[in-house]
Design a protein around this ligand. Structure first.
Ligand SMILES: Cc1ncc(COP(=O)(O)O)c(C=O)c1O
Length: 370
């Protein structure tokens, strides 16, 4: 039985990639915002319908650039405990203290109703995550941001291709960042983007991504966040197939939904969201059930992942650990099932049978077709 991981990076047809990178052999421009980078940025702006977009080496550096552009250079950043480590390590890397606010049980995102009690004179920003691409309560977050004059950065690492209220989810917040890592549904091998919606932050991010250079002067303390032409070429090739990638993943996700026991909680997005099907998280009854499901799937060489477990505020050695009860509970029961453009319907049926057997102790699926 071939190994099935939680995901398998999409690769475009190799001849398309070779055709794209052959231009590099003509012009000898390998990096430094060459023509493929420029073309990629223009295509991304067109696709996402945004004006200010910076393509950088990865999502983590995009986050660090966003945080580094904040006007208040120290203090606390209010954030979520249910996220990947990069959200929190970026806050600490930039010398801010993360302050954790518990999540909503249905969206897995920061609960706006619990934010105000954590705001102090030290609060410099809110860093919210659209976890698994499920949109945060952006309207209430914006109200809080305006009321207290605190900027919002969205870690939208999972959100490429998601539309919310008829516009890209990346258009919310002062700055939104996205990851284009190989394991994401849209990627440039490594890569990240910063979408700057509040122009106040644009010059600084633009300069800082290239050693601080602005108008031929080193006006800011900068870093090297330049992506190579080979990365941009991959991004351009994957973008050509993006609609097919989404529709394949949508069909697989719908099949999971149809076949999985109705005892399993599956999150869904509201009608005003066009989702990208980046992950397929399921919520099981308890941690024992999660471990049993993993054990039975592993026996068949199938490897789902416990995203995100344990909660980040309970485990990092370099922060004051705390506990947020809803995030802690969700984290102990969540499991992301395999989802990519290579998994077959037959494999999905098999995964569902195994999971349903653990959950129901009987099959919901009728049979395994060949
Ligand atoms: C929520 C979240 N934020 C940030 C990142 C970092 O992105 P990258 O791997 O491109 O640095 C990830 C990566 O998976 C992520 O899941």
């Amino acid at each position: 039985m071939t190994k099935i991981n939680v995901t398998k990076p999409y690769l475009p047809p190799i001849d398309e990639y070779i055709a794209k990178i052959s231009k590099i052999w003509d012009n000898h421009i390998l990096t430094n915002y060459g023509p493929l980078n420029n073309e990629f940025v223009e295509e991304l702006k067109k696709y996402l319908q945004v004006d200010n977009l910076h393509y950088v080496t990865n999502g983590t550096i995009a986050l660090q650039l966003a945080i580094d552009s904040l006007k208040i250079k120290s203090g606390e950043i209010i954030t979520t405990p249910f996220t990947f480590v990069a959200t929190i390590s970026s806050i600490v890397w930039q010398n801010y203290k993360p302050v954790f606010v518990d999540i909503e049980p249905n969206t897995f995102n920061i609960d706006p109703n619990k934010i105000e009690e954590k705001i102090t004179e030290k609060t410099s920003a809110i860093l919210a995550v659209h976890c698994f691409g499920f949109p945060c309560d952006v309207l209430n977050l914006e109200l809080i941001s305006k009321k207290y004059n605190i900027p919002i950065i969205y870690d939208a690492a999972h959100c490429f291709g998601i539309n919310y209220n008829n516009q890209s989810l990346l258009k919310y917040g002062d700055i939104s960042i996205c990851s284009l890592h190989a394991t994401k549904l849209f990627h440039s091998i490594e890569g990240g983007i910063c979408v700057v919606n509040n122009l106040e932050y644009n010059d600084s991010i633009n300069a800082k991504k290239k050693f601080g250079l602005l108008n031929n002067n080193y006006e800011y303390v900068g870093i090297n966040a330049k992506a190579s032409e080979f990365n941009a070429a991959m991004g351009l090739c994957v973008l050509d197939h993006f609609n097919d990638i989404i529709s394949y993943r949508k069909n697989i996700s719908l099949l999971y939904k149809k076949l999985l026991s109705d005892k399993i909680y599956i999150s869904s997005v509201s009608n005003n969201c066009e989702y990208n099907y980046i992950y397929f998280p399921i919520l099981l009854e308890n941690e024992d059930q999660v471990n049993n499901v993993i054990f039975e799937l592993n026996k068949e060489n199938i490897y789902p992942r416990r995203y995100f477990y344990p909660c980040i505020n309970e485990m990092l050695p370099y922060i004051d650990n705390s506990k947020t009860s809803i995030a802690s509970d969700i984290s102990s029961r969540i499991l992301c099932l395999p989802l990519d453009t290579y998994i077959t319907e037959f494999e999905v049926e098999k995964i569902c049978i195994i999971i349903n057997n653990v959950v129901n102790k009987k099959d919901k699926c009728i049979s395994l077709k060949k």
